[in-house]
Design a protein around this ligand. Structure first.
Ligand SMILES: [Mg+2]
Length: 248
């Protein structure tokens, strides 16, 4: 039985960090869209989803079955005719974003893990409306550098703990391979999953979540708070095999 709704994490699951879907993956996602609803949830902003996923899908893909949850579920977009329509957004005010940015710099200094006086690959702190993201090496850092920065998650764990202690009124989670995401309190992947299940009237156990960090402290950990079924993958290649199994 194919799940009524399949959620995918993006980076490390459907694609390599910030890379576009491969042709093969795009074709598989399109085949899945033909038979069930598909949602993608990740810390990135909407533009990142369009570039990495939507623009890669073959012509004629059933976009009406695709749901996009940028900024870890703090926003939901659905397809309405030829547009992506925002269903909700849990926005942070600019004042809240400023407070968060100050704390991110303090935590970076106190842990000694990020030196803001050194140049970065693009901005280290980005305000994405519903989320503020700290990227240790900068938003545009090359993939190989990101991969070697924190392979055992120890740096992100230390940063996350330090930041969470200073910001008890917000949710603080590990983002991608070098990043920490801050959103409104209790706004996380679990929130996004629940909101979409409710909207589509899908019982949580009839939905499936696929992610590469379904572990304690991992970027997909919040999903365990829901009743959604989970499947852990090691990377895009395993995700492809899983989609093939679902389609069989
Ligand atoms: Mg991931």
């Amino acid at each position: 039985m194919i799940p009524k709704l399949v959620f995918f994490d993006l980076d490390g699951t459907l694609a390599e960090s910030k890379q576009p879907l491969t042709d093969e993956m795009a074709a598989l996602v399109a085949r899945l869209l033909a038979v069930t609803d598909v949602a993608i949830i990740s810390g990135g902003a909407l533009g990142q989803f369009l570039k990495q996923v939507v623009e890669r899908l073959p012509a004629g893909a059933a976009l009406a079955h695709l749901y996009l949850l940028p900024t870890s579920g703090a926003m939901l977009y659905e397809r309405d005719k030829d547009e992506w329509r925002k269903v909700y957004e849990e926005r942070l005010s600019e004042k809240e974003a400023d407070t968060i940015a100050t704390v991110l710099r303090e935590a970076a200094a106190e842990t000694g893990l990020i030196d803001f006086t050194k140049p970065a690959y693009g901005e280290r702190i980005e305000y994405r409306g519903s989320q503020v993201t700290l990227s240790a090496l900068g938003q545009e850092a090359p993939l190989f550098l990101k991969k070697e920065w924190d392979p055992d998650r120890a740096k992100r764990r230390a940063l996350r703990e330090n930041i969470a202690e200073r910001l008890p009124e917000f949710s603080v989670s590990m983002g991608g391979s070098t990043s920490i995401d801050v959103t409104k309190r209790n706004i996380d992947k679990a929130y996004g999953l629940r909101k979409l299940c409710e909207r589509l009237r899908v019982n949580e156990p009839d939905a499936l979540y696929v992610g590469d960090e379904l572990v304690a402290g991992g970027n997909d950990e919040a999903v365990f708070k829901t009743g959604v079924e989970t499947r852990s993958v090691s990377g895009p290649e395993q995700t492809q095999r899983l989609i093939e199994t679902l389609l069989d």
